[in-house]
Ligand binder design. Sequence first.
Ligand SMILES: [Zn+2]
Ligand SMILES: [Zn+2]
Length: 278
Amino acid sequence: MKIGAHVSTREPFSEAVNRAADIGCECMQIFCNAPQRWNPTVIRKEELDNFKELNSGIKILPIVVHGIYLINLASDNPFYYEASVQSLIDDMKKSEKLGGIGVNFHVGSTKGKSFSEVLTKITSAIKNILAATPESQALILENSAGAGNIIGDKFEELAQIIKAVGSDRLKVTLDTAHAYASGYNLVTTGGLEDTLGIFDKTIGLGRLVCLHLNDSAVPLGSLRDRHADIGDGYIGKDAFKNIINHKLLKELPGIIETPGNKGKTDIDSIKILKELRK
Ligand SMILES: [Zn+2]
Ligand SMILES: [Zn+2]
């Protein structure tokens, strides 16, 4: 498994490549828009070109763009719904320009409605995004740590969206902390097999393009999204060793999005994972 991190794209944007290289990334994830703002970030064409050019030498691949946190493709509010679609279109176009594989994002919240009530809304948003963006780019659904209204905590929900859209460009990221918080026990060998079995039966492992390697600060099934540094949470190093070396997962990129709470830096976490890699 290639190991990488979510890397800052503060200006100058293209410097993200060097930042990733400096901490030992073999693959990377970035924001192309400010995650808590609706209005798109202007990135000069020159900076996108520089990024691509720089990385054509360094080759930190694949690159995954993470969509903004405000996205809700199930929103009842016409402004937020349309802004979500436009933000993902913008990210997909930027991803293509800088040499990324596509945009990973959180689908959103039903805000109290049933999943089946909002499915059509989500499906039509995704179809519009795919139609407006380059064929080379994947739209990547991330599993969530969702309590109640959050969409995508159960693989079955993501599978229903994928089935309803019917596009090969729709892919999935599996976040280990989110899966664990949603009740998928990746910690035991049997639990990991069961989880991958359910994933394959519902979504299909062929759709899995990325792992978010985060330990969980909350116990199994807590339904809360609290990342811990690798080895400092309930998932633990032994489980990560199984995950990153698993025959069905080891060809995927693994991205850390961990907080560095106990004085651990991304350099430390990447090093730990590389040491666990066989
Ligand atoms: Zn995410
Ligand atoms: Zn998370």
